[in-house]
Design a protein around this ligand. Sequence first.
Ligand code: FAD
Length: 476
Amino acid sequence: MLQPLNTELRQRLRALVGEAGWIGDAARLSPYLAEQRARFVSTADVVICPENTEQVAQVLALCHAARVAVIPQGGNTGLVGGSVAQAGQVIVNLRRMNRIRAIDARARVITADAGCLLAQVQHAAAEVGCLFPLSLAAEGSCQIGGNLATNAGGTNAVHYGVARDLALGLEVVLADGQIWQGLSQLKKDNTGYDLRNLMIGSEGTLGIITAATLKLFAAPADIQTAWLTVPDPARALAVLQRLQTASDQRVTACELMSAQSIDFVTQYLPSARLPVSARAPWHVLIEVAGGSHSGALKPVFEAALTAALEAGEITDAALAHSDAQRAQMWRLRKSIPAAQKPAGGSIKHDICVPLAQIPAFIARASAAVTQLLPGARVCAFGHVGDGNLHFNISQPQGADRAAFLAQWEACNEVVHDITRALGGSIAAEHGIGRLKRDALPRYKSAAALAAMRAIKRALDPHGILNPGAVVPEDLE
Ligand code: FAD
């Protein structure tokens, strides 16, 4: 049975981390309690910020002995309520653990504290002429530990893979305070169960990631970027395949955006100029990267887009001729999440289906949702190169926000059932957290759930780590 944080433990923890690592006053607590979707209310009254792995281990050992719940937290940018904490629980935020421990450009590896911001890791790699390719709109505030805990995807996963694919080794503090030192650089290590892969994507329920050894890549000499309009999602996939073939599989980003999502952006950013002139039902932002010198891929890129135009796969194309134009295109894409907010309530889905099923998913889910919620606006966008869409549903214009959001679960069920029927996943890259925990039993097999519960029980027997997240049944 979990216990609330008592005065004695509070004093011991405060003495352990010192004043620099203790946040207990309301004004300073608020950013750690805010939740991105505003669907959960965090009521914890203490955030602990350890300065090193040893302190994380001591915090967990003390909380484990006292049966006090610990909610690991990174940049608090997660979208599924994964780091929400209740009164009597302790938030452990890693922001003070933000050192790059080592970087080796020749071996192409970097070892970073888990509290390093994602952008910090990207910059450290760039300074030695390398690329750390994980990239998402929250990269200026999310932490590398949070990225691994959620197995983040982002815009470059189509070529470089998700966070899991970029990790070579981890250092993790287990629930009872033991430190698992797994900062390996090995590509091959078949010495039993893969603890690294168990921890990645576990959303703070199995351990606290304190450091990671990550893969770096050669920084591409050439990046070609284009904004395209396409008649429908099937044609978006056709142009993706065409560019993959023409560029020898060097498509590093492929984002699909519905007209509705672009309309929200142009309303939200009145100064924004679309790179293409005509209004179109679907937009694609696509990039190829690599090559031996700047401009190396340009002829291939242009020839493939010309062929796509002739084949009717695209209706218009604008190429980025400068870094500024490229940044402007990405600004439009990355503004979509924020641009939905002024449009009122939005019911979110983060789904993945086999690539070929994207057109069927969009057609079936759009029809089903507009039947369930007449007038609702489908704001579909996402990393289509991975089969991943953020299929978000904005309230009808002028509708009552609360009444619309009351349909959240019903709408999720309709969309998720279609996702399952097409062989997909209801949580592509954001995770389960608290938001989708209760939906999990409907979509995950009994065998998989039993294995998850058994793993949770074995590694966290008192259930102190992030109780209420991911695993559908809490442990006593
Ligand atoms: P937090 O939000 O603090 O925590 C997330 C989860 O990880 C929680 O369950 C927490 O308990 C756990 N956790 C955090 N740190 C640790 C640790 N050190 N050890 C163990 N557990 C830990 N996600 C994508 O995948 N792709 C995107 O393209 C994308 N775009 C986004 C765009 C915007 C504008 C925003 C706001 C979010 C976006 N996200 C995206 C979601 C979010 O940024 C990612 O999930 C990110 O990886 C979370 O990192 P964080 O440090 O903020 O973690």
